[in-house]
Design a protein around this ligand. Sequence first.
Ligand code: CTP
Ligand code: MG
Length: 335
Amino acid sequence: RNYKSQTECRGDINRLSAPFLAIYESLIPSEEEKEKQKQLMALLNKHVTREWPGARLFLYGSCANSFGFRKSDIDVCLALGDADIDKSEILLKLADILKSDNLENVQALIRARVPIVKLMDPVTGISCDICVNNLLAVINTKLLRDYSKIDVRLRQLAFIIKHWAKSRGVNETYQGTLSSYAYVLMCIHFLQQCNPPILPCLQGMARTYTVNVDNVECSYFDQVEKLQGFGSQNGESIARLVWGFFNYWAHCHDYANDVISIRAGRLVSKQAKDWTRRIGNDRHLICIEDPFEVTHDLGRVVDKRSIRVLREEFERAAEIMQYDPNPCVKLFEPY
Ligand code: CTP
Ligand code: MG
């Protein structure tokens, strides 16, 4: 099923691309900031390998998937070969080691859903969260980064959507709205299903990269330099895509029956995944399949109240994109 627009798009849509691109440019991290991140990683590496010689540190999340804004915190994963370790013990030890250097606000949060050590480096001014053996996140970070290299419009669209979600207060998983990771998957899905497609389905192509993590086989085509120009048959402007994204989630998506899956490169049915009813806390009111942990619905955080908030925000944004003479003001208005 291809997405059919509910309304004809306004005629002057393309003149809106310039202000969207200006917002995108203003949010991109500087080279200087990337350098500082490397500097902090080198410092952390020094401490970690002294204590655990076989260990490795990976950046993951927005600082590594290419969808990060300037001045954001960094997410780091400490990978220890041994799977049977006591994560709390490791994190408490790590916190002790880092406290002895001149890092600030070092805290081990071992009761969190993903236990971490938090810290702030006064030299670079960067804050950082370190988790242990969360390798699936490292792999999905690579997948997102690889998608972003195929067509620049993905990065532009995702920046605009994340900026909108943060401005409108719908990027708060603890309040039942969606994670940044979920929004990026929604953007990838949208660009896979437009016609002609702007993105391919990397997991549906010949595998050139395979790793096994936590009994999940992660494989896909990662030679993305060979896919340059993939989306060039589709000449839609960034403004048209932003319009299309909001129109899709406001008026076209079938929330009752469909699951978005970038793994499959198309919609799959809730029925097929047995996501038709509430099980425990998983209500499946908006279904976004994780590309590797396919039993994992990123929409699981959304409840009866927050699905209304989300859908009203999609409708509001679609309306602004269709009718407002200067949408960039209203779209990002603080809620
Ligand atoms: N992640 C995941 N499963 C989730 C949520 C997050 O695997 N349900 C992993 C992903 O690798 C993601 C990373 O954790 O890239 C960080 O998630 P999140 O904070 O949502 O995204 P960021 O990209 O860091 O966004 P922000 O710029 O808002 O910090
Ligand atoms: Mg983050």
